[in-house]
Design a binder for this molecule. Structure first.
Ligand SMILES: N=C(N)NCC[C@H]1O[C@@H](n2cnc3c(N)ncnc32)[C@H](O)[C@@H]1O
Length: 409
């Protein structure tokens, strides 16, 4: 502490709450997502001394984010986002994902008769592969293929070279700013990101639905769910944390706390969860009905879980993935599912691993109860925080563990 300078008087920095935090004990300070706090002391890694509405107290640093000066134009990071999608790298990754692309192809093929004469909107069409499936596997009256990135210029060529130009119209535009010739019967889109929501392209899809989908129209996907399972992750924990116990015969365990903060404070995307590392049966914790969900609903989604451990081992954390469901256009047709979980064909999303700071030994029969909250980032609109709260063999509220994982800011 500098001579005769109180903590409160030092130049404070403004931070914004990424999620609701409820203080436990007098020393801590409660706040809600979006609240702006003044942080006076960041000397501790984990707990900062902050002020909010004239009250002072400790707040968890993982729940806070700096507010950028030039907030407006940066909130969606659109320049960077659409620049990324203007190159082939991400489209190659999506097209090379057979499970993903074949599922959409199967949906169109199995509904080809009913798609005859219908109007389809493909939101975020990329290379136009889904629109071309519609035009070549069925006889729709029209397909509106909307792509905001510069990829749309190439999509126009691909449509022509694959004989789709009679049916497909490519619009190089953000779907939010679009004017279409007519409302549509089917809104088709592949919008899913890490942990289902990352990128929040879903907001664009819902705005397009509200503006352009006919009453009684079909959303593809029709519904989606986020699935969670408690799991082991020996390999990750060994490589990132236990590694420091014996580094070429030297004891670097002093670095373990730094390793936890650096490697375990954010989710690990593209994690490949093996079925044998699942400690219980998975549970669908959050479910979205894409016909009825509102943009305001996706600010904060919450679900509860209760897992009965089916094998003894180490509880390293939780793994999450999503499934998307495609209702049939026919009355009693079959619903098609795209499951990105460990028991299905691996997709480019793989799964997402959320590691606890310290693994817990767990026994068959133990019960892990808790909740998962997807809290949209109040500043960076394509980002979110995932907050896990859990308890083992107890419902005593005082023993609930909580960890907030920013994805990614
Ligand atoms: N996670 C994903 N499936 N991302 C696919 C995103 C694809 O949709 C495009 N896209 C995303 N948002 C929009 C939007 N609001 N309007 C038009 N295209 C969009 C993006 O350029 C890329 O080609």
């Amino acid at each position: 502490m500098l001579e005769n300078e109180s903590v409160e008087s030092r130049e404070a920095e403004e931070f914004i709450g990424l999620a609701d935090f409820v203080a436990e004990g007098g020393e801590q300070l409660s706040f809600s997502v979006g609240d702006k706090l003044l942080v006076h002391d960041k000397s501790s890694e984990v707990w900062w001394w902050a002020e909010f509405q004239g009250h002072f107290g400790y707040v968890p640093s993982s729940y806070l984010n700096q507010t950028p000066e030039d907030l407006e134009e940066d909130a969606w990071q659109d320049d960077e986002y659409f620049e990324n999608y203007g190159t082939l790298r991400l489209h190659l990754e999506m097209l090379a994902d057979k499970a993903r692309t074949e599922t959409y192809r199967q949906v169109i093929l199995s509904n080809s008769a009913t798609l005859r004469g219908r109007i389809i909107l493909d939101v975020g069409c990329g290379t136009g592969v889904l629109s071309l499936f519609c035009a070549t596997l069925s006889q729709p009256a029209a397909v509106y293929a909307v792509e905001a990135s510069s990829m749309a210029e190439h999509t126009q060529q691909l449509v022509q070279q694959n004989g789709g130009e009679e049916i497909i119209t490519v619009f190089q535009e953000r779907v939010e700013n679009l004017t279409l010739p007519a409302k549509v019967d089917v809104l088709l889109s592949e919008w899913m990101g890490n942990c289902l929501l990352f990128e929040f392209m879903l907001e664009s899809v819902l705005l397009a639905r509200d503006r352009w989908l006919k009453k009684g129209g079909m959303m593809w996907p029709s519904s989606a769910c986020l699935t969670v399972v408690p799991c082991q992750a020996f390999s990750d924990y060994r490589k990132k944390v236990e590694f420091w116990d014996n580094t070429y015969g030297l004891n670097f365990s002093y670095l373990k706390s730094l390793a936890q903060k650096e490697f375990l404070s954010k989710p690990k995307f593209s994690h490949h969860l093996l079925p044998e590392d699942c400690l219980s049966s998975p549970a669908d914790v959050i479910t979205l009905d894409l016909l009825t969900i509102q943009v305001s609903d996706i600010e904060r989604l919450r679900g509860e879980f209760r897992f009965t451990v089916e094998k003894s081992g180490m509880f390293h954390g939780f793994t999450a993935w999503f499934s998307a469901y495609f209702l049939s256009l026919e009355e009693h047709g079959q619903t098609i599912q795209l499951n990105t979980g460990p028991h299905s064909e691996l997709t480019h999303w793989k799964q997402t691993l959320f590691m606890l700071d310290a693994p817990v030994s767990i026994e068959k029969g133990d019960v892990i109860t808790g909740s998962l909250c997807l809290q949209r980032n109040p500043v960076w609109r394509r980002h979110l925080s995932i907050i896990f709260s859990w308890n083992i063999n107890s419902t005593d509220a005082s023993k609930i563990h909580t960890k907030c994982f920013p994805m990614w800011r």
